[in-house]
Design a protein around this ligand. Structure first.
Ligand code: NAD
Length: 490
């Protein structure tokens, strides 16, 4: 079986310890690859390479338009190899091939977007209050960036970090989730083909507690960008305090979806289903918390349950499959424990709440779409991120109540409002404490729009102009045009 290697200072390499890890297909638990299992020693080598390359200075002063061309080349190679990348992503995550293809389109667009932005910020001259002087503001790369990604959107999340970091002139060390490294390894092959200079982009495979912790703690790393769970995010914040690193955190969400009685009924049902059951609910912005206005609640639930019953689970490569498995046995056990909590808390199970019974799904980590009604804001199942196909439904009477309850979690990643009364929808959207609010839609995200969370959903933004700014330092240069002694201490 082919061994996936790490990429350090332009060389494909095994782990120093020679350890490896089996990569599993969550659809049938077959071993699909073996990957080098790096540890702190490998991470230190990659950090040293990235540090030396940055400090030597050539990459950071490469004209921004040249860096942009390189990032554009990566976008083109991703488009060329879209099918191979999509197949790898489906094998590794179980998501449908249609979803993987859409991910690859998005990923290429992200590289293209940041390629275009690379040379657009020429700095600015600002007005100086002092005579005979010039003041200007320039943006420079931050330096060595550690980038840690999760398993639910392995390559998409990596692209959100790699593309802006390279466009801005940083050097990087990427650590993908240890259970889904395949597409990230492939993209490093494409970056090598594109001609990214040695030491600029480094890849270390391995566990969070070793490789991830080293990247977060190491004082030669200037910035750590992390996407993953909230508890890991807290550990990274602490570890990053060693040298007061810059941190960018994209954490989880418990995203409310508010449906007013005047919403277009069929659209709202359709979107509510897609919001939570897409990718088996393993989406940071999943609409896992549905708030329905009381007058349409019963009819809405009845329609939603009927539609959810017919979601076809299966092999991601089968074009008729609508949802794949969960990523792992651990993730399914976590979902099962939350469903048990929901039952004990008194929520009413309308559908699901168990594994499917079909023989052909037995060896995958499948779980049925699950809907709870009679939920209240104080329930754990309503407050905490399940990260699986589990929807909680609450009723509300007034706009104020809907907004107040929607805001009543520690999270603030995303939310949606469905209503045909635009002023009502805009009013609610304005009051939601979230990084993204959709009106009469759910899930659209794209390279041009910033993404990130309020409250405990994170720090900083990815994508958009803000996504490039995360990877830059701002410098003010002041020049005295007529230098002469001040004379204060004469
Ligand atoms: P996770 O936190 O378990 O792991 C994420 C990454 O962190 C992995 O690469 C892991 O190896 C690494 N890691 C683990 N422990 C570490 C440590 N001590 N130090 C450094 N790195 C460490 O998350 P996950 O289970 O892979 O992903 C699911 C979570 O990611 C969910 O909570 C989801 O909401 C979140 N997520 C958020 C966004 C967003 O944009 N906000 C996007 C995708 C996923």
């Amino acid at each position: 079986m082919e061994r996936k290697k790490m990429f350090i200072n332009g060389v494909w390499t095994d782990a120093k310890s020679k350890e490896t890890r089996e990569i599993i297909n969550p659809y049938n638990q077959e071993v699909i690859a073996e990957a080098a299992e790096g540890n702190r020693e490998d991470a230190k080598l990659a950090i040293a390479a990235a540090r030396k390359t940055f400090d030597e200075g050539e990459w950071a002063v490469t004209p921004a338009s040249e860096r942009g061309e390189l990032v554009q080349k990566i976008a083109e190679l991703i488009r060329r190899d879209k099918e191979e990348l999509s197949e790898l992503e489906t094998l590794d995550t179980g998501k449908t091939i249609e979803e993987s293809r859409a991910d690859m389109d998005d990923i290429a667009n992200v590289f293209q977007y940041f390629a275009g932005l690379a040379d657009k910020d020429g700095g600015e001259v600002i007005s100086s209050p002092l005579p005979d002087s010039e003041s200007r503001v320039v943006r420079e790369p931050v330096g060595v960036c550690g980038q840690i990604t999760p398993w639910n959107y392995p390559l998409l999340q990596a692209a959100w970090k790699i593309a802006p970091a390279l466009a801005a002139g940083n050097t990087i060390i990427v650590k993908p989730s240890e259970i889904t490294p395949l597409t990230t390894v492939k993209v490093f092959e494409l970056m090598e083909e594109a001609g990214v200079p040695n030491g600029v982009a480094n890849l270390v495979l391995g566990a969070g507690a070793s490789v991830g912790a080293e990247l977060s703690e190491n004082i030669s790393v200037d910035l750590i960008s992390f996407t993953g769970g909230i508890e890991t995010g807290k550990k990274i914040m602490q570890a990053a305090s060693t040298n007061v690193k810059k941190i960018a955190l994209e954490l989880g969400g418990k995203n409310p979806n508010i449906v007013f009685a005047d919403a277009d009924f069929d659209t709202a049902v359709d979107q509510a289903l897609n919001a939570v059951f897409f990718h088996a609910g393993q989406v940071c912005s999943a609409g896992s918390r549905l708030l329905i206005e009381e007058s349409i609640h019963d009819e809405f639930v009845e329609t939603l349950v009927k539609r959810a019953e017919s979601i076809k689970l299966g092999n991601g490569f089968d074009e008729s499959t609508q949802s794949g498995p969960l990523i792992s046995a651990e993730q399914r056990a976590k979902v099962e424990s939350y469903v048990e909590i929901g039952r004990q808390e008194g929520a009413k199970l309308e559908i699901g709440g168990k594994r499917p019974e079909q023989k052909e799904l037995e060896s995958g980590f499948f779980y049925l779409p699950t809907i709870f009604t009679n939920c209240t804001s104080d329930m754990k199942i309503v407050q905490e991120e399940v990260f699986g196909p589990v929807l909680t439904i609450e009723k509300f009477k007034t706009e104020e109540e809907a907004v107040e309850r929607a805001n009543d979690t520690i999270y603030g990643l995303a939310g949606a409002v469905f209503s045909s009364d635009i002023s009502k929808a805009e009013n609610a959207a304005g009051k939601l404490r979230m990084g993204t609010v959709w009106i009469n839609d759910f899930h659209p995200y794209f390279a041009q729009a910033p993404w990130g969370g309020y409250k405990q959903s994170g720090i900083g933004r990815e994508l958009g102009h803000a996504g490039l700014e995360e990877y830059t330092e701002t410098k003010h240069i002041f020049r005295n045009k007529k230098p002469e002694p001040i004379g204060w201490f004469e």
